[in-house]
Design a protein around this ligand. Structure first.
Ligand code: ATP
Length: 247
């Protein structure tokens, strides 16, 4: 396999090549599952249709997400195998910029993969990685899939769930959590459940939420609340769907 540094940055498909490289490496390191490879393929096709760029409504969602994370009493960034492979350092930076916790949360949970992901995040600078205690449950989900940390996702008021499956996104919303979902498919159940759906590639979205959070760091709670209130989730979903249909 080639090294990341060997991918020429001026290649017209640079971002797509980088994404594939990171996912492939994720599978080899035992971080990303085979299901995750399929999810990546679905994501790529939607990204192609969206134009492989952050559309303006997605940027607005990313700004609203930053404001909501800064307003949270306890925000948690949920990390699965694709997220860990694609944006490990970027998730650590977002946690630092917003004061959020990081929790590993897997669809197909195995202790081995949980540990591999936690180690990978620590290699990228994470100090405290939650998810391994698994001492609480999300009601309404079968045993393994509902496992979370009591002082992590279970306790959180705001959860960022990138690339989450629809069932769990719905179950978290049922618990009264404010969900921020990153997903390239505006028709998927998870972004449709979210208070703030971000229809963008996670590779672009996470650094952009961090940039907004840094810019908003000195804002008052009132100013942040205005940004959140002005964000229109239906308009953002419609806009992304239009961008895909009007290609
Ligand atoms: P649902 O149950 O919500 O309908 P699904 O079955 O479509 O979900 P999966 O196939 O489990 O969901 O998850 C993959 C989702 O993640 C897809 O919607 C895909 O568009 C999205 N996705 C994959 N890669 C990325 C990425 N790099 N950035 C953002 N979204 C992505």
């Amino acid at each position: 396999m080639t090294d990341e540094a060997d991918i020429p940055e001026d290649h017209p498909r640079y971002q797509s090549l980088l994404t594939r490289h990171r996912i492939e490496e994720g599978v080899e390191k035992g971080i990303t599952s085979k299901q995750g490879l399929i999810a990546e393929g679905r994501g790529e096709s939607f990204d192609y249709l969206i134009g492989e760029e952050t559309i303006p409504s997605a940027d607005e969602a990313e700004r609203a997400a930053a404001a909501r994370l800064l307003l949270a009493d306890h925000a948690v960034l949920s990390v699965n195998g694709n997220v860990a492979a694609l944006v490990p350092g970027e998730i650590v930076s977002l946690a630092e910029a917003t004061g959020a916790d990081i929790e590993v949360n897997l669809f197909g949970r195995t202790e081995e993969r949980m540990r591999a992901i936690a180690d990978h995040l620590r290699e990228h600078g994470a100090e405290n990685v939650k998810g391994l205690a698994a001492d609480a449950r999300i009601p309404g989900l079968e045993h393994e899939r509902g496992k979370v940390d009591a002082d992590g996702i279970f306790d959180a008021d705001v959860v960022l769930v990138p690339l989450e499956d629809g069932d769990r996104a719905e179950a978290l919303a049922e618990m009264g959590k404010t969900e921020i979902v990153i997903d390239l498919n505006p028709l998927s159940r998870s972004p449709r459940t979210a208070a703030i759906p971000i229809i963008d590639n996670i590779i672009r979205a996470v650094p952009n939420v961090t940039r907004h959070a840094r810019e908003l760091a000195d804002s008052t709670p009132e100013e942040l609340e205005v940004i959140v209130a002005e964000f229109d989730r239906e308009a953002a979903l419609d806009d992304a769907e239009r961008a895909i249909r009007d290609i």
